[in-house]
Design a protein around this ligand. Structure first.
Ligand code: SF4
Ligand code: SF4
Length: 467
């Protein structure tokens, strides 16, 4: 007797110009069919009977429908097992990796010489709280020892790539400690306390970057990411010195100083409402200064900082257009690339940042240790310090909660087409904008970006398939 076929609830159907893409949001391999096959699949999805659905077809059509059905079954769009959907999501949930530290942010200082209007750290700092805002050399060493201890907790993971991110405030304000830390990292690699594949990068506003500093960074193989929002004063109008003076010229001088010693900078571009109107100006900066990498940041919002109603859509479209443009030049924007990789490998992308998953520590100048640099201002989710020899992320409540916060564990996400490629956005932004003040709410701006990106990936693949 013919067995019933069950249409997966994770299947989403996309249509463009008479072509239909069937896409399982967890298996992530689109299957493209024409209108005729689409109608047959629709009937089959409702009655579950291959015999009934195929009965009026001519022999040749039957053969074609059978071939497509075999692929749809292989990619789990249809299953003979009525419980398959439940089994697949349970499998992913049970297979979540445990929290394991792979990324360390070293906050060299909480001080900054700029006062950017959208800064989600500085703008929230409570000036009345007294604490040490500049990391000493001793604390940097203790912080590095703390990181080394954490990465040794799982021997099988020790040799995997690790990332150290030098951060602030403006980290170059504290260049003495920074240099000390870089020397220690080198020594620790030689001693085997850090794996060879330890990447170090710095995120700087560029205004203090001189050729001498760039030389030191270059000699230590440090990737430099400069925060810049466009090619002129206007596009950078949110980036100002504390005095109110514009910072653009000084940022460019910094990039030029780095370039003069053969150090190519990457750009960390915050997508302001100005920036997203003008892709050519970003292209001009990338070309002029031989920019090596790009990362776009969609503006974060809260009760004090809002964007126009169309911003999320437009920023997402900008990122897609920029990705199309820059991949031709061999530069792959980070945020899109992570999703593109997940899609092309059909590998579910669980977490869009290191804090999610519980894979990151943020070491504050005073030695407190937290999971997300976005909470430096109030030290929420900072459960420990570099003096704590017993800290274990696999038993810590903060790390365990953030480890679970992935779309596959969120009811709001289960029916979403972007479930497999999304990674869940930024929990801090979700919480800032949620009525419940919970990291478990959706990061709405990110949902727009993830869904638009998925649609683009599906049709980009289609174009490549028929080319
Ligand atoms: S939660 Fe948001 S602010 Fe914090 S590390 Fe992740 S992306 Fe960054
Ligand atoms: S966070 Fe938004 S885009 Fe991502 S899976 Fe959930 S609902 Fe979809």
């Amino acid at each position: 007797m013919e067995g019933k076929l069950y249409f997966s609830k994770y299947t989403k159907v996309f249509e463009k110009g008479g072509v239909f893409a069937y896409y399982h949001s967890l298996r992530m391999k689109p299957i493209y069919v024409d209108e005729k096959l689409h109608s047959i699949i629709q009937i089959l999805s409702k009655n579950g009977s291959q015999k009934k659905s195929f009965e009026n077809l001519l022999n040749e059509e039957k053969l074609q429908a059978q071939q497509i059905l075999d692929v749809l079954i292989e990619y789990k769009i249809f299953s003979k097992d009525m419980d398959y959907d439940e089994k697949v999501i349970t499998g992913f949930r049970n297979g979540l990796p445990k929290p394991y530290i792979q990324i360390a942010y070293f906050v060299m200082t909480e001080l900054c010489n700029l006062a950017c209007s959208y800064c989600f750290i500085e703008n929230k700092m409570d000036g009345s709280i007294v604490r040490e805002k500049v990391m000493t050399k001793e604390r940097a060493k203790k912080g590095l020892d703390f990181f080394c201890k954490q990465i040794q907790k799982d021997e099988s993971m020790f040799k995997e790539e690790k990332n150290i991110i030098i951060y602030g405030g403006e980290p170059l304000i504290n260049f003495g400690t920074l240099k000390h830390l870089l020397n220690l990292i080198d020594q620790y690699k030689v001693l085997g306390k850090l794996p060879d594949k330890t990447n170090v990068s710095i995120i700087t506003n560029g205004t203090l970057l001189t050729s001498e500093i760039a030389e030191v960074l270059k000699n230590n193989n440090i990737s430099i990411a400069v925060s810049l929002d466009g090619s002129n004063e206007c596009a950078n109008s949110c980036r100002k010195f504390q005095s109110g003076d514009k910072a653009f010229d000084d940022i460019i001088k910094g990039i030029e100083a780095a370039s003069s010693v053969g150090c190519n900078c990457g750009l960390s571009i915050t997508l302001t409402e100005e920036t997203i109107k003008d892709l050519p100006q970003i292209e001009a900066v990338v070309d002029k200064y031989d920019i090596s990498s790009l990362g776009f940041n969609i503006l974060m919002t809260d009760e004090n900082f809002q964007v126009s109603p169309k911003y999320n859509e437009e920023a997402s479209e900008f990122i897609i257009k920029a990705f199309e443009l820059f991949r031709e030049k061999g530069i792959y924007e980070d945020r899109m690339m992570r999703k593109a990789k997940s899609f092309s490998n059909s590998k579910i992308y669980l977490y869009d940042c290191g804090a999610l998953g519980g894979n990151q520590i943020v070491i504050a100048p005073d030695g407190q240790v937290g999971i997300c640099h976005g909470y430096l201002y109030n030290r929420e989710y900072f459960p420990t310090s570099i003096d704590d020899d017993t800290f274990d992320p696999t038993t810590n409540d903060v790390y365990l909660e953030w480890n679970k916060r992935t779309p596959i564990n969120m009811e709001q996400c289960i029916d979403c087409e972007a479930l497999g490629i999304c990674g869940g956005g930024c929990p801090q932004n979700a919480k800032n904008n949620s009525q419940n003040k919970s990291i478990w709410d959706l990061d709405d701006r990110f949902c727009v970006h993830a869904k638009k990106t998925l649609e683009w990936l599906i049709w980009d693949l289609y174009q490549k398939t028929i080319a």
